[in-house]
Design a protein around this ligand. Sequence first.
Ligand code: IMP
Ligand code: MG
Length: 183
Amino acid sequence: MHEDIDSILFSEEDIANRIGQLGRAINADLAPYAESGERIVAICLLKGAAVYMTDIMRQLDLPIEMDFMCVSSYGNGTVSSGNVVIKKDIDVDIEGAHVLIVEDIIDSGYTLSCLRKKLEERNPASLDITALIRKQVDGQLDVGCKYVGFDCPNEFIVGYGLDYAQQYRNLPYIGVLKECVYE
Ligand code: IMP
Ligand code: MG
């Protein structure tokens, strides 16, 4: 275990098993669209969801486009700003397409609730969300996340794409960051 990690919440094996289950559920729900030739677009929210995106995509056994979006929500710290700006938009048109937003973690819920509104204005046929982690936070906005990997306590976690000051994304597990690292 990395020296800056207090404890491991979800091991590499836990994550792989859960992603297998989520993949089966998503496949089953999207299969009818694929069968009728409708477009399906997965949108990864950079940078945190990049690792989850690559793993969940390889569980999906149907024609699906991948695109990437970058929205700002966090600066260098651990408190959500609630102010979401699109820093990099997707390249594809999602009008009439079935969209799956792929996110790493829901904290306050501001990022996804703002983004859902922005993307719905583009008239997709449907819009669903998958987030690998949902934090247990008082007052969290209900973003209507259809596929949640794990619920986790309200602690600052890193690994498997999640960062603190751009570090720890490469850890293969998800763990609680030692408080002394950011105090
Ligand atoms: P929200 O808008 O408060 O839901 O924040 C969502 C974003 O905050 C996520 O996409 C993450 O980038 C970041 N975030 C929230 N909690 C954590 C955490 O515990 N570790 C790392 N990043 C986090
Ligand atoms: Mg993020």
